[in-house]
Design a protein around this ligand. Structure first.
Ligand code: NAD
Length: 332
């Protein structure tokens, strides 16, 4: 039997990326939807043969506990809504996958982890790069010391925002600007290449060049982070610049990826030659990877779980604290 999954929010990511991955996977079946837009319902109801009881909205979401066909909910809402809808799902006895960033604060992440633990349900964060060949290779390079000990990492991820009305510019819904949206990929990558947690960070906000866009969230932010073995990690994220790289230098060579994190096609090269890896649909790999993890009685691997999401949020909050204090060194 396939795992019944409900999408919470039917926006871009849910319908254009995750849904095709569910459709392509032998493990998952869409058995429910949660939407605030009734006009979206007929199409889904017909295509997936959804029962009326499994079609919910944000007001009657608590009825989730009666939806026996729904095993897992996938929260694809604006960042500021992840915690509420994950916690309510846990209380309804449903396993949870939530999109990145896990939530807007450390307290929210901790509450999500507690709610899932108390209800004995799993909590995953949709870190698709953990299932993607280029990023898995980067993890392997770090682990197997293919280029010696990596001691300098530089990573940038940004894109040029062109819609002043998007929720990503709303402080409450987004929790921050490009750092929360895409800078998180650089942070997560440095952590998985090093398989270590950073110990300190110094960060600076970039200038506001478009005040009509950036009155609630940062336009750009850069950081200098250190790991316990002395590795330095510098990074930059922006809603003004189209940039996407992961560069890792070791004492015996280097590798770099760019595009490194988006849907690609990803590319990479190393001091030993090109990274010749398959270009895949990340979300299909993610859902196929997560399938057996949700079928199993075992807990999720830590790096797929809420614990991983919490670690990135802690670091990003320290970046904001440092930048707000004009570049004060924050210990992590
Ligand atoms: P989106 O705007 O396309 O979709 C958001 C959905 O939430 C819409 O269906 C919208 O109707 C609904 N919604 C409910 N209440 C809302 C409110 N108050 N304001 C705005 N929308 C509301 O956004 P998206 O790009 O699909 O992003 C959703 C989540 O997915 C975010 O957390 C984002 O970070 C994440 N995401 C992840 C990836 C990835 O590659 N892993 C890519 C894109 C987005």
């Amino acid at each position: 039997k396939k795992i019944g999954i409900a999408l919470v929010g039917l926006g871009y990511y849910a319908t254009k990326q995750i849904l095709p991955a569910i459709d392509a996977s032998p493990y998952w079946q869409l058995t429910g939807i949660v939407t605030g837009t009734p006009s979206k319902i007929p199409e889904f109801k017909e295509k997936y043969n959804l029962k009326d009881e499994n079609i919910l909205n944000y007001e009657n979401y608590d009825k989730l506990k009666n939806c026996s066909d729904i095993d897992v909910v996938y929260v694809c809402l604006p960042n500021g809504m992840h915690a509420e809808y994950a916690i309510k799902a846990a209380k309804a006895g449903k396993h949870v996958i939530t999109e990145k960033p896990m939530a807007n604060s450390v307290a929210e992440c901790e509450a999500m982890i507690k709610a899932c633990k108390d209800s004995n349900v799993k909590l995953a964060v949709g870190y698709r790069c953990h299932f993607e060949p280029f990023n898995k290779e980067a993890m392997r390079f770090g682990r197997e010391k293919t280029f010696g000990e990596i001691n300098y990492i530089n990573s940038m991820f940004g894109w040029r925002a062109g819609n002043p009305n998007m929720w990503r510019l709303d402080g409450k819904l987004a929790g921050g600007g490009p750092l929360m949206d895409v800078g998180i990929y650089s942070i997560n990558a440095a952590r998985y290449v090093k398989a270590m947690e950073p110990t300190s960070v110094i960060a600076h906000f970039g200038p506001i060049t478009r005040p009509d866009y950036f009155d609630e969230v940062e336009e750009s932010v850069s950081w200098h982070m250190e790991f316990p073995d002395g590795t330095v990690f510098t990074g930059f994220t922006s809603y003004n610049t189209n940039v996407e790289k992961l560069e890792c230098y070791g004492d015996q060579g280097w590798f770099e990826m760019g595009p490194a994190f988006s849907y690609g096609p990803l590319k990479g090269k190393t001091s030993k030659g090109p990274m010749d890896l398959p270009v895949v649909h990340h979300q299909t790999y993610q859902m196929n990877g997560m399938g057996p993890m949700f079928l199993s009685k075992d807990p999720l691997p830590d790096h797929i779980s809420g614990l991983e999401g919490l670690k990135d949020i802690k670091i990003m909050m320290a970046i904001y604290e440092s930048a707000k204090a004009g570049g004060k060194k924050m210990m992590l």
